[in-house]
Design a protein around this ligand. Structure first.
Ligand code: HBI
Length: 95
């Protein structure tokens, strides 16, 4: 599926609205780390994100160790950030 990258204007507009997310190092992606009380809370969060990802047909790159979940969002079909990443990040922030 061809998906277009965020324009410079969209980047300056959208990325500042994504609380807690930052540009990743060395790749056109956004990242946020979430910390929870314990592993089961982290796993529950990941389960909810997984449902969002399936609904949006847009999937995170993520890493979990115990109570920490590190999420990186980028659009493989666009080889960089797209509005799909903004949409998923907003939905994750609303969980
Ligand atoms: N998730 N992050 C990400 N990037 C994609 O390009 C992407 C995806 N999930 C599903 C998806 N693309 C499908 O549109 C394609 O696999 C067909």
């Amino acid at each position: 599926m061809s998906v277009v990258q965020l324009t410079d204007e969209e980047r300056s507009t959208w990325l500042s609205t994504l609380e807690g997310w930052e540009m990743a190092e060395g790749k056109d992606a956004i990242q946020r780390t979430f910390e929870f009380g314990d592993f089961i809370e982290a796993w529950g969060f990941m389960s909810r994100v997984a449902i969002l990802a399936e609904k949006q047909d847009h999937h995170p790159e993520w890493f979990n160790v115990f109570n920490r979940v590190e999420i990186t969002l980028t659009t493989h079909d666009a080889d960089g950030l797209s509005l799909r990443d903004v949409h998923l990040a907003k939905a994750i922030n609303a969980l």
